[in-house]
Ligand binder design. Structure first.
Ligand code: SF4
Ligand code: SF4
Length: 377
């Protein structure tokens, strides 16, 4: 095992291969306060990549209702149980990652889901935690006692991929140019070690071709400067895609660096697993802090506070408003004259949104069309 730096743990950790970061790292920020669980992202991905025979059960992108939803069944709670209780101390992970907690002869702690575990992608949908909702119940205070939230999930194109570490054929590789993690379909022999090695269960076995498959990050679009299908089609405009630097190279003009490293409002899911995942979540503000801390780590409390106070921070609001405003990859942004402006990597303007939407009051009678309007807002 080599020693590598995992900034999400604020320490070095063990990994089967030496540190070899990509030149650029594919990454996303999901504001799950805005996710409406419409599954448009799941279907955008499905209709693009997994419509073939043997792919019927596959959702490279799925959206599950937390705390009771899972795809595949129990993917996170089973692994948390296997890892047992672990601790953070002063922002540093004191516990063991999946690579460090392994038994002799293993490469990591993990499990392979049963075939049936993939059969119910919407299990637990809209089920609430915090107690039953009785007839006539209404809630007029915050935080309210019952809660759930939607967790959209894709492959995290991890910096230290568990799937890659587990593969005995070295069929899985991470692209130098963008950090996208791919399975070489010709090298794969379908041993399914990657299913065990990925803590997020984002590699899937195709029974008719007898090889494993996974999210490819829509790399043909990335190469054209466009965002992935599940990002582009998101109805709630919750998804910002781009490239993320390491914290010491954080660029305040890069919206992803700004949200993840500078404002620290977007956090990785289960950083304690140790793969340094590259999808970052703005935690939902109505959810109990203990639960948020378990999923998103010790930064959850501050992230929620920062998000709640976002309206006092024009640059933060601007970065959030640029989310979902263009089908192109935003390389940098700035705030000017009350507008957030996004640029591509070459510095060309690609999107512009007002920080404050102007209020337009339309006349009751429109002379030009000879109609009366009823403003209901
Ligand atoms: S999320 Fe899983 S499949 Fe994706 S790169 Fe990480 S370990 Fe591999
Ligand atoms: S399309 Fe967007 S809003 Fe709808 S479920 Fe997916 S992430 Fe959530």
């Amino acid at each position: 095992m080599a020693k590598v730096n995992n900034w999400q743990l604020s320490r070095e950790m063990e990994f089967p291969y030496g540190e070899s970061r990509s030149n650029r790292q594919w990454a996303g920020v999901f504001d799950i306060n805005k996710c409406i669980g419409c599954q448009t992202c799941s279907l955008a991905c499905k209709t693009t990549w997994t419509t073939g025979r043997g792919q019927e059960y596959m959702f490279w992108n799925n959206v599950e209702t937390k705390p009771y939803g899972y795809y595949p069944l129990g993917w996170d709670v089973k692994l948390l149980e296997m890892l047992e209780t672990q601790e953070w101390g002063n922002g540093v992970y004191q516990g063991k990652t999946i690579f460090e907690a392994k038994q002799a002869g293993e490469k990591m702690v993990g499990f392979t889901p049963e075939d049936e575990d993939w059969s119910y992608p919407n299990i637990g949908e809209d089920e609430i935690a915090g107690g039953p909702v009785s007839q006539g119940m209404y809630i007029n205070y915050l935080p309210h006692p019952v809660w759930f939230f939607y967790l959209p999930r894709t492959c995290n194109h991890c910096t230290y991929p568990g799937c890659l570490a587990a593969c005995p054929r070295k069929a899985i590789y991470k692209r130098k140019e963008d950090g996208v993690v791919l399975i070489d379909q010709k090298r794969c022999r379908g041993y399914r070690k990657c299913l065990k090695g990925c803590p997020y269960k984002k590699t899937m076995y195709r029974v008719n071709t007898r090889v494993s498959e996974k999210c490819i990050g829509c790399y043909p679009k990335i190469e054209q400067g466009l965002i992935s299908q599940c990002f582009e089609m998101c109805i709630g405009k919750i998804r910002m895609q781009g490239f993320l630097n390491t914290p010491e190279k954080a660029d305040p003009a890069n919206p992803l660096d700004f949200l993840v490293h500078i404002k620290k409002v977007a956090l990785p899911s289960y950083p304690q697993f140790g793969t340094e995942p590259n999808i970052y979540y703005i935690p939902p503000k109505q959810v109990p802090l203990d639960y948020l801390t378990q999923i998103f780590g010790p930064g959850a409390k501050k992230a929620v506070e920062t998000y709640k106070n976002a309206k006092e921070d024009e640059k933060l609001i601007g970065a959030l408003l640029l989310t979902g405003s263009t089908e192109k990859l935003i390389g940098s942004f700035k705030i000017q004259n009350g507008q957030a402006i996004g640029y591509d990597r070459k510095g060309n303007e690609i999107t512009r949104v007002p920080i404050k939407e102007p209020t337009v009051v339309r006349p009751h009678y429109d002379k030009r069309l000879d109609v009366y309007r009823l403003d209901v807002t």
